[in-house]
Design a protein around this ligand. Structure first.
Ligand code: C2E
Ligand code: MG
Ligand code: MG
Ligand code: MG
Length: 292
């Protein structure tokens, strides 16, 4: 009886495994073609100054329009791009796309704010990364000061010397550097001192309960205060509720980003938003008023 049950279990298990494997292979082969077929797209999410509501940035977030499957989120395909090395080409495409979007918004008179672009570890650690960024910007005649690159702290753990050199050259070009998902990796506070960075992005995992849990509140407060002391800007991710916003404002956080203001939106919708410059929280709060 037990043996039979075991056999059945194995059969179920192996069918599931086979299914997963074929899904994965299909995902991989579709991803190999996605770039050439023009299926990638950038969405943009506003970053606002907490005190005035001024739009100070747009984070570019990658989406994949997979035929027959709708819009696929990065959590599904970024790991696969990284494992297969496809991230090299896609990462370069992301930079070019963000750059050309910025330039075309400028040409349309929309005065876009700075654009933040996520860079994967593998991409950042490549030799010649800063040169390739510089080339892309030059090709499109885009001002480096209009861009910010987001990297995660785990990247910095790998090759300190090389990272410092790359960060220095990027900043020398005029780009800003943000440390994304701060506090979630094997972070070391000394990173903030050792690496030339401009911005700390306070991770959503701390922000989401900063108004409810003492521990999360303490972590947020400490990071914000540390950032201020070190002369870094702090941007809170994943702000969904006005009580979170109020807490962050009290603690002196500079800027925030989250569903409270806007989810990431297509370039087309973002252009609308730039046209109106009215990305304010739904119910107005005293700290947010339009500029210009
Ligand atoms: P991230 O850079 O930390 O981006 C923030 C993520 O939080 C985005 O998810 C965004 O949609 C989501 N988010 C923003 N506000 C809220 C909120 O109020 N509540 C909640 N629950 N979520 C919020 P998304 O777009 O799915 O991206 C996930 C991750 O994928 C990004 O995390 C980033 O690590 C990676 N990624 C996205 N685009 C790129 C890219 O072009 N290149 C690379 N290398 N990675 C990317
Ligand atoms: Mg990011
Ligand atoms: Mg982040
Ligand atoms: Mg995050």
């Amino acid at each position: 009886q037990a043996k039979k049950a075991g056999r059945n279990l194995f059969r179920v298990f192996s069918t599931d495994m086979a299914h997963l494997l074929s899904e994965r292979l299909e995902l991989e082969s579709d991803l190999r073609e996605a770039l050439e077929l023009g299926e990638f797209e950038l969405f943009y999410q506003p970053q606002l100054l907490i005190d005035t509501g001024e739009l100070i940035g747009l984070e570019a977030l990658l989406r994949w329009r997979r035929p027959g499957r709708g819009v696929v989120m990065p959590a599904v395909f970024i790991p696969v791009l990284e494992e297969t090395g496809l991230i090299d080409g896609v990462g370069e495409w992301v930079l070019r796309a963000a750059c050309s979007q910025y330039v075309s918004w400028c040409k349309a008179g929309l005065r876009p704010p700075r654009i933040a672009v996520n860079v994967s570890g593998r991409q950042f650690l490549q030799t010649g990364f800063s040169e390739s960024v510089s080339r892309i910007l030059r090709d499109q005649d885009a001002a480096p000061t209009a861009f910010q690159l987001e990297i995660t702290e785990t990247v910095l753990a790998r090759d300190t010397r090389h990272c410092i050199d790359t960060l220095r050259s990027l900043r020398a070009l005029g780009l800003e550097i943000a440390l994304d998902d701060f506090g979630t990796g094997y972070s070391s506070l000394s990173y903030l001192k050792r690496f030339p960075i401009d911005v700390i992005k306070l991770d959503r995992s701390f922000v989401s309960e900063c108004h409810l849990k003492e521990e999360d509140a303490a972590i947020c407060a400490a990071v914000i205060s540390l950032g201020r002391t070190l002369g870094l800007k702090t941007v809170a991710e994943g702000v969904e509720e006005s009580t979170q916003l109020e807490f962050l404002q009290r603690e002196g956080c500079l800027a925030c980003q989250g569903y409270l203001f806007s989810p990431p939106k297509s370039a087309h919708e973002t252009a609308e938003l730039l046209r109106e410059r009215s990305c304010l929280p739904p119910r107005s709060s005293r700290c947010v008023e339009p500029v210009d």
